[in-house]
Design a binder for this molecule. Sequence first.
Ligand SMILES: Cc1cc2nc3c(=O)[nH]c(=O)nc-3n(C[C@H](O)[C@H](O)[C@H](O)COP(=O)(O)OP(=O)(O)OC[C@H]3O[C@@H](n4cnc5c(N)ncnc54)[C@H](O)[C@@H]3O)c2cc1C
Length: 421
Amino acid sequence: MSKIIIIGGGASGMLAAITAAEQKNEVIILEKMNSCGKKIAITGKGRCNITNNIDISEFIKNTPGNGKFLYSAFNNYTNRDIINFFENMGVKTKVERGERIFPVSDNARDVIDALLKRLKELKVKIQYNSKVEEIVVENENVVGVKLESGENLKSDKIILATGGMSYPVTGSTGDGYKLAERVGHTISTVKPSLVPLECYDRELCRSMQGVSLRNVAIEVVDTETNKVIYNDFGEMLFTHYGVSGPVILSSSAYILRYKNAEEKIKQGKIKISIDLKPALDEEKLDARILRDFEEIKNKDFSNALNKLLPRKMIEPIIALTKIDENKKINEVTKEERERIVKILKKLELKVSGFRPIEEAIITAGGINIKEINPKTMESKIVEGLYFAGEIIDVDSLTGGFNLQIAWSTGYVAGISASLSE
Ligand SMILES: Cc1cc2nc3c(=O)[nH]c(=O)nc-3n(C[C@H](O)[C@H](O)[C@H](O)COP(=O)(O)OP(=O)(O)OC[C@H]3O[C@@H](n4cnc5c(N)ncnc54)[C@H](O)[C@@H]3O)c2cc1C
């Protein structure tokens, strides 16, 4: 039996603790906040998208940030395993759009409570308000931790599961990077991912602020080379600074990794092209507009797009067409109609930057994966030190994949810490 300290009581830390305790170890979670799983509580807009229902072999494709590193972890503890865990703990699950798995109750609290209940059953000690300030290493072996309070705790193994840097109010403030750096690890540059995008066309976005579009196609393009950096279909929304919503958040993970992205963004060369009517090609859209126009041909052009667009978008889009809004609809020319079609099929915005990391769903970057054994999650630098969750330099798209990273790496760290001498 080993004494194992888990630093951080988030998704990965709690699963690591459960796993290690099931192997009959003495396990203690040190959590700096006054409760565990504060970030889980806000996942999936409070509903917690626990994982995804697609085959586990597809998870790596949805993990642009070092997905291959997770091959072993994903296969050792799969989406089926975590679904079974929660079902066994009484949390019934359901599959939604995009194969996303949620609790039937639509309540993230049930996920946290199930984890806490299992921790209690296994008699895992949770010490709250306990910020770890230092991992103590002797002869390249972990021997314990020092807390901010001055308390020292001894242990045979340590699992560092302090998360990333986004939504710091949940406790994820990047402490783990400093703890790991001090014992010799390197940190790959930490950046926001799955993050809303700011646009140079701020006024246009602001005028449509709050409009959420469910079925749009987007293309993110480098205007210098015409290379398509990302394309997707789904939901997005306009905000006072630019754009957000699932397809935009996912696109940020690819823009972030695009060569010279920062420079290109500065130069206004990264463009988002939004197809507001992806179900209709230009010809069909024109025919549809003509039909709409026929019904209201004696009205002013300001009424022309009422059936095609949400109310808040009509005025800004009409302004973009540069057609006089007082013009009668039956006077709109073919060339002007072509302009309307072009704007509806290719509404273009220029990206001016990412929102700050505090607003990101996930932190890209983190503990350099070259310094971690992918089969065990053990440090290659310090014996007895393991990593789990977002602190590692891996990140996925939206859809439940990031929590699966936390579950899978938490499990592997927990089991490896238990098995090794
Ligand atoms: C708004 C939002 C919505 C999301 N929705 C989803 C979703 O629906 N599905 C999905 O898959 N992913 C989602 N994610 C991502 C997912 O929540 C994270 O990837 C996941 O929670 C990471 O788990 P973790 O255990 O690595 O870290 P965290 O959950 O961040 O936990 C880290 C813990 O460590 C503690 N800690 C930090 N420093 C110290 C220290 N020095 N001493 C002691 N304790 C410390 C923190 O207080 C915290 O409790 C969402 C993220 C956000 C921000």
